[in-house]
Design a protein around this ligand. Sequence first.
Ligand code: NAP
Length: 503
Amino acid sequence: MTFTPHGKHLIAGDWVAGDDTFASAPAFGPAHDYAVGRLTDVDRAAKAAEAAFWQFGYASRADRAAFLNAIADEIENRGAAITEIGTRETGLPAARLEGERGRTTGQLRLFADHIAKGNYLDRRFDAALPDRAPLPRPEMHMMQRPIGPVAVFGASNFPLAFSTAGGDTAAAFAAGCPVIVKGHSAHPGTGEIIAEAIHAAIKRCDMPAGVFSLIQGGDRAVGAALVTHPLIKAVGFTGSLAGGRALFDLCAARPEPIPFFGELGSVNPMFILGSAMAARGDDIAKGWAASLTMGAGQFCTNPGIAVVLEGDHADAFTKSAQAALSATAPQTMLTDGIAAAYQSGQKRIAATQGVRDILTTTCDQREATPYLYQTTVQNWLDNETLTEEVFGPLGLIVVAQSPDEMRAMAQSLQGQLTCTLHLDDADTTVARTLLPILERKAGRVLANGFPTGVEVSDTMVHGGPYPASTNFGATSVGTLSIRRFLRPVCYQNMPAALLPADI
Ligand code: NAP
């Protein structure tokens, strides 16, 4: 099935062309022209979102759940066309996009179930104490309320699950917030067809048209205008540290600052303890190579760093990782820009003093092949440049002389999305001294596994201290992510007739 995009924005139910266009840069197949987002588009979408809030924010949970399920249905109805345009735009294999589509519809349905249960409202009650001395206490109720229109910026590497109808949009809709998506310039056609699905669900469920708008990019000013628009009350963002930080700073500098929930980058270190390394270093090396190269390394949870204890077992691990990585075929990267950034990141690591080449490879411009380097903890501590994420299949083995050095390295880490321990029973004593450090650094701490593959569930935390995210109290994956778009309101001494129906 071939999908031919028309290239328009969807603003409050209308498909809107622009004065200027930009051309997409697909991995293969024809480019298409898309309307460049304008400040007038942002203003119109924001005003429509605010108007829609007065209906949508007060719709019943059952109606919002039906809307979420209808979006999932409409996405499934367009499944083949979504895969077709998505593979062309991103170069991701069809099977990967089909899996991601299932994750996207699964997220929408999970949120429908989640709000139906109502626990997320965190309803609390203090009974009146009229006879309390010296002062009586009034009756008080508390519950979570939606915050208003939310702006969403998706990432290039998950064109479905972290984009137009991805986790941020699903969580905001579930909370009762209208959404304006700033389309990602790496997959504008995929964004358009998903917007069509949401548009169809809005009509099916009789929701207000302003509940959703998609404004294509093509000009960074449109993103800046969106986060600084006075009617926008929060921003969900998944992407680079540089882009996230720029938009975060704009949110903080507004006359009314608003929360910016940015999920940014991470090097996701793994600490391989002595006994585990001796028992199964070869298996860990092969598992690491598979995790590192998955999706051409274009995952925010890509485990870029392996910290090992020096010795023969670590040497054998290095050889196994080198062998496993050198068997990896080149993979197409998501955009020309990401491919260029990967090459420059690789050169930065290779040029750092005290870094040894273990595996170097070559490939075409928009492709990626793995690289493997080795250094010492001391050198890591001396070179901040080694701590920065390289978005692609590049691994760095950091050799520690002792568990003390491993702890020093752990202490030096910036905020991470994940940290991993590989351990056996005999490693428990060392692990007990590392875990308290790692849990201060990361949103998710794993044992004996690999961090790629983020479960969408009640317990998931996909976030972490800066720069993994801009808001360490939040997650962008899992049901807890709804919290970002809610705020508690206390109703004191309020007549029952005025209390929200959910109380
Ligand atoms: P990106 O270049 O930061 O782009 C993300 C979005 O922000 C795009 O819509 C982009 O607009 C916009 N944007 C970026 N800088 C901007 C600025 N200064 N002003 C206004 N808008 C701006 O990120 P990406 O290429 O999509 O994703 C790759 C990066 O994301 C990697 O570093 C990766 O680690 C990280 N990532 C993190 C997670 C996570 O969950 N933490 C998940 C996936 C990826 P354009 O469309 O115009 O480019």
